[in-house]
Design a protein around this ligand. Structure first.
Ligand code: NAD
Length: 428
């Protein structure tokens, strides 16, 4: 099938490359000339394990190409997938300007029936909106389906090719049939429903997962107070199949490019429609509290944060990605600086920019150099490299003795063996 994917970010590039891997003829389109130039030189504009290989293989096989030109990418496509950003607007609603621009451009260049699939996470009713925009600009009959994406950054290629399910929200039988054909070689349940339910499914999924993390962080606070170990509690409840093991890691809470904006969006929807969403609201508040609680405990352990040198390891919102959007680590930097701490940072791939944290932060290439002379080391991202840090060597370099294990990566006995005080989450 001839498929065009609009947007070559985390979702668009991965889905385009993987659809080519499934045998389709794919064009990846982006408005960013810089991204398309990089892709045409074989350079990945994002860090995602395994992606470069899939892209290279399919470009070489002639199944995948990249362009900025709608005039070549739209006519003749049988399916057009929209995977542009849908950031939060200032009031918490979803900023649909990129969706609208893509719909308008499809409308300008479409010449025959095509199925347009909204892969971006979009508010309920957006499929109808996109359909209206495309038809208004073109006069051509198109069907718009909702096809939300559930991939995880850091595992995106695997998740796209081996998903738990594919959701297709459709109002037209021929559009459904075409979508099922596009995903024919993906072995998973294909759940077909109406478009509004499909759009809400994506928000409900992210709100539920965020709530699960907030719940275990709430339990972490209680565990600290009563002298229990939240990791044991998570194991104890997670082995119940009704609860499940995933998303029960206590730590700094959720961040990234999806959960915060999607939880904000569903909150906005509830407020707009006068439907109370107390659980979603509590999940949001708990997330901020999880970060502040850690900063309070760190301050308490050091006596004061004023003038204290803190080495922060990890900027990305989770391991295996360079994505720092709404990362807990950036919140930590802001909170710690507000209380007078002097921060320096290291991340294996992610970078921090001054405007994101209210000023310049020295960035080091090496975790040990970052820690030299520090009063405390804070591990803020669950990178595998951090799990295997030489804690003895690290201890010899620091001035203080406090290791803040904000993702519960280390065993307390092992940490203490090397002379550290171990401050972790939900544990003594
Ligand atoms: P991204 O910011 O990484 O990529 C979006 C891309 O779209 C950018 O390269 C941008 O230049 C391009 N773009 C913007 N307007 C365009 C236009 N009019 N025409 C062509 N290209 C245009 O975003 P992302 O992380 O890939 O997310 C895309 C969507 O998928 C969002 O709605 C997001 O919520 C959703 N989503 C993301 C993830 C994730 O893990 N990142 C997972 C599931 C769903």
């Amino acid at each position: 099938m001839r498929i065009t994917v609009i947007g070559t970010g985390y979702v668009g590039l991965v889905s385009g490359a993987c659809l080519a891997e499934l045998g389709h003829q794919v064009t990846g389109l982006d408005v960013s000339q810089e991204k398309i130039d990089l892709l045409n030189q074989g350079v990945m504009p994002i860090y995602e394990p395994g992606l470069e290989e899939v892209v290279r293989r399919n470009v070489q096989a002639g199944r995948l190409a990249f362009t900025t030109d709608y005039a070549t990418a739209v006519p003749g496509a049988e399916m057009i997938s929209i995977a542009v950003g849908t950031p939060s607007a200032d009031d918490g609603s979803v900023d649909l300007q990129y969706i609208d621009a893509a719909a308008d451009m499809i409308g300008r260049y479409v010449t025959e029936y095509v199925v347009v699939a909204d892969k971006s996470t979009v508010p309920v009713g957006t499929a109808e909106r996109v359909e209206g925009l495309v038809r208004a600009a073109s006069g051509v009959q198109v069907d718009v389906v909702s096809n939300p994406e559930f991939l995880r950054e850091g595992h995106a290629v695997f998740d796209f090719l081996k998903p738990a399910r594919i959701v297709i929200g459709s109002a037209a039988a021929r559009a459904t049939e075409r979508m099922l054909r596009a995903y024919d070689f993906v072995d998973c349940p294909k759940i077909v429903m109406d478009r509004r339910s499909a759009e809400l499914t994506k928000y409900a999924a992210n709100a539920f997962l965020a709530t699960k993390i907030s719940f275990i962080n709430e339990m972490a606070g209680l565990a600290e107070a009563v002298g229990a170990d939240v990791e044991n509690v998570a194991r104890g409840i997670g082995s119940d199949p009704r609860i499940g093991k995933e998303f029960l890691r206590a730590g700094l809470g959720w961040g990234g490019s999806c959960f915060p904006k999607d939880v904000r969006a569903i909150r906005f929807l509830g407020n707009q429609l006068g439907v109370p969403l107390p659980i979603v609201n509590a999940a949001f508040d708990m997330n901020r509290q999880a970060r502040l609680r850690l900063v309070d405990r760190l301050e308490c352990a050091l006596g004061t944060l004023q003038g204290k040198k803190i080495a922060l390891l990890g900027l990305a919102f989770k391991g295996n990605t360079d994505d720092t959007r709404e990362s807990a680590a950036l919140d930590l930097i802001r909170f710690l600086r507000e209380r007078g701490a002097l921060i320096r940072v290291h991340d294996p791939v992610a970078k921090v920019h001054a405007h994101e944290v209210g000023g310049e932060v020295p960035h080091y290439e090496d975790p040990y150099e970052t820690a030299r002379g520090a009063d405390a080391v804070v591990v803020a991202t669950e990178w595998e490299q951090f799990r295997t840090l030489d804690l003895k060597k690290l201890k010899e370099l620091v001035a203080g003795d406090l290791l803040v294990d904000a993702r519960n990566l280390y065993d307390t006995n092992r940490v203490q063996e090397h002379g550290w005080r171990h401050l972790s989450v939900g544990r003594q």
